[in-house]
Ligand binder design. Sequence first.
Ligand code: GSH
Length: 202
Amino acid sequence: MRLYDSKMAPNPRRVRIFLAEKGVEVRTVQVDIGKAENRQPDFVAKNPMGTLPVLELDDGTCIAETVAICRYFERVQPEPPLMGVGASGEAVVEMWQRRMELELALPIMQVFRNTHAFFKGRIPQVPEWGEVCRAQALKRLEWLDRELAGRPFVAGDGYTIADITALCGVDFGRPTGIRIAPEWKHLQRWHEAVSARPSAKA
Ligand SMILES: N[C@@H](CCC(=O)N[C@@H](CS)C(=O)NCC(=O)O)C(=O)O
């Protein structure tokens, strides 16, 4: 089994943190996005989307999409549960995971894709769209601060995949200047707590 990974990219980091929380070790293969290795035919044969991460199983099955990879490991290594327990527990974590992914991490990644020099000349950039996404991301951060006033973690009392997605999204705001405002105290407290976990370094 091997995980196609990129140390600089936020979605592969989500999987690395998930694995670290589970205590599961998987061999990684670094794919250089800067050199467009992820767009070469041999990689596209593994994932037609040309994106990272990708988990390749020993039987050759390739699983792309961060949450699908996490779902695989939740099944093979259920402890500690990171995707909720029981019908309502799983649904609540899924709800928050999707919100963190679609409403927070995605706009932050779109700011990077559309405004950062890294992607200049590499993909079509629409800086105005990047700025729309920046405004949305900041609104969502402010909202998350209010949500976290009432509970320690994004989806409730326990650390879950929703925290991992939110952490990787928030941290990826750094290169484009999206930061936690000093007045967002609950968000700050949460960020300090999840960043202090050993898994955050994965
Ligand atoms: N929906 C995918 C998104 C994957 C994705 O966009 N990965 C980025 C890295 S964070 C990537 O491979 N970017 C390189 C590119 O688009 O060329 C997932 O959840 O895994």
